[in-house]
Ligand binder design. Structure first.
Ligand SMILES: [Mg+2]
Length: 419
């Protein structure tokens, strides 16, 4: 048995609003939000606790927020500043442990298993984090503590955020008394659609899932979803029980120049566009997943291919600049497809590769894309999480979780005859 780990998920409260408050001490007692003051239809990106107490919520329209709270101060977002603060917080964490994994701009996982000797108990470390981050940035940290990433995350979202101390430990000793009585929509990754399914299945609480045998839960899921759903069932069941072997993966920001993936092919098999499209998409899926894992998005896409029919041979390597930096599978898949079709001479393929370069930090992407693309991005991260836990095949089998129609269709084909 490996030693039990101690993992933190540290979340910055009202992250951008807190940074703006620190920068504008004269606004200390005013309700403030971050959003575009010139666009009433724009979205509130963050609201300080005073604004929240007045009914303002994140992701509502600026105009609606002003109607509720007429003296609301709306501050234009300064994305680069927020990113710098996020990196500064990472550096604070790195003085405690070298295992720090940024999860979003205001959330980071830390594995502090090895830090106890020098830094004290987990609670001591959490208090020290709150003190130092507040001092350096003005942001109040909520710290969820658990033996796995999923428990640390649920400790933060369901408990630490609601306590005055901002600290909560959720582990295998208190999971049944604390987490299991909660309604199922408070479980990580359960949205409104899955909530409806679980309620119809007679599983309104997280514990209702956790207490079932896995086999029985899989069967009920299949009946409810009317399709093969074992991977999803296993994911939810493990989440309810706090099981998550995935490690905290330290970021490698700034170290990578490109993310690429290629494959040697048996050219006798890759003669038609329909067959090539499948492997092309498979390469794109892997590149995008790595991109997101390492916290990057790319601006320049390259596709390279070697072609041969046994007598003639040729190759090409072409690149295109994307309309905006991205790591979204369907966007890169569409661009890769066009590049390939425009340059393929029609001979069978013996090698194909896809690369993304001109990489930048993807916290910019998470910040600047609200609405549709942000929702897709979150879904793709959810898919990545399943892959990380169950291996690459899982996503193909869990293809219903993939966002775009093309990807879903193609992934099904990979499952059907390519793999
Ligand atoms: Mg936050």
């Amino acid at each position: 048995m490996p030693r039990e780990r101690t993992i933190f998920l540290v979340d910055g409260q009202s992250f951008y609003a807190s940074i703006e408050k620190a920068a504008h001490p004269e606004l200390r007692d005013r309700p403030i939000t971050v959003g575009d003051p010139a666009r009433k239809s724009g979205i509130i990106l963050a609201a300080c606790p005073i604004a929240k107490a007045r009914g303002v919520t994140t992701a509502e329209r600026v105009g609606e927020a002003l109607a509720k709270c007429p003296d609301l101060v709306v501050i234009r977002p300064r994305m680069q500043t927020y990113i710098s603060y996020s990196l500064l917080i990472t550096e604070i964490f790195e003085s405690i442990t070298d295992q720090v994994e940024p999860y979003s701009i205001d959330e980071q996982f830390l594995d502090v298993t090895g830090s106890a000797a020098s830094c004290g108990s987990p609670e001591d470390i959490a208090l020290e984090i709150q003190r130092r981050v507040q001092l350096c940035t003005g942001v109040w940290s909520r710290v969820g503590i658990g033996p796995t990433k999923i428990l640390a995350k649920m400790a933060t979202d369901n408990f630490a955020k609601k306590r005055d101390s901002g600290i909560f430990t959720l582990d295998f000793d208190n999971i049944a008394s604390e987490l299991w009585p909660l309604p199922v929509h408070q479980m990580f990754m359960v949205g409104s659609r899955m909530t409806k399914h679980f309620i119809r299945m007679g599983l309104p609480q997280i514990g209702d899932i956790a207490r079932l045998e896995l086999g029985a839960f899989k069967q009920r899921m299949r009946r409810e979803m009317k399709k093969q759903s074992d991977i999803q069932a296993e994911y939810y069941w493990q989440t309810a029980r706090g099981i998550d072997p995935s490690p905290v993966v330290a970021g490698i920001r700034g170290q990578l120049k490109s993310i690429s993936h290629g494959k040697a092919l048996r050219s006798s098999l890759y003669r038609t566009l329909a067959d090539i499209e499948i492997v092309l998409l498979e390469l794109v899926v892997e590149v995008c997943r790595r991109c997101r894992r390492y916290g990057y998005m790319g601006r320049v896409l390259s596709v390279a291919a070697a072609e041969t029919d046994g007598e003639r041979s040729s190759w090409f390597s072409r690149q295109t600049t994307l309309p905006q930096p991205t790591s979204l599978t369907h966007e890169i898949a569409a661009a890769a497809h066009k590049l390939f079709v425009d340059h393929w001479s029609g001979l069978p393929l013996s090698n194909l590769s896809v690369a993304l370069t001109d990489l930048t930090d993807d916290s910019v992407l998470q910040l600047t894309l609200f609405e549709d693309r942000a929702a897709i991005y979150r879904r793709e991260r959810a898919t990545d999480k399943i892959k990380d836990r169950y291996g690459s095949d899982a996503v193909i089998r869990a293809s219903s979780l993939l966002p775009s129609g093309v990807a879903r269709e193609r992934a099904a084909q990979i499952g059907g005859h390519y793999k």
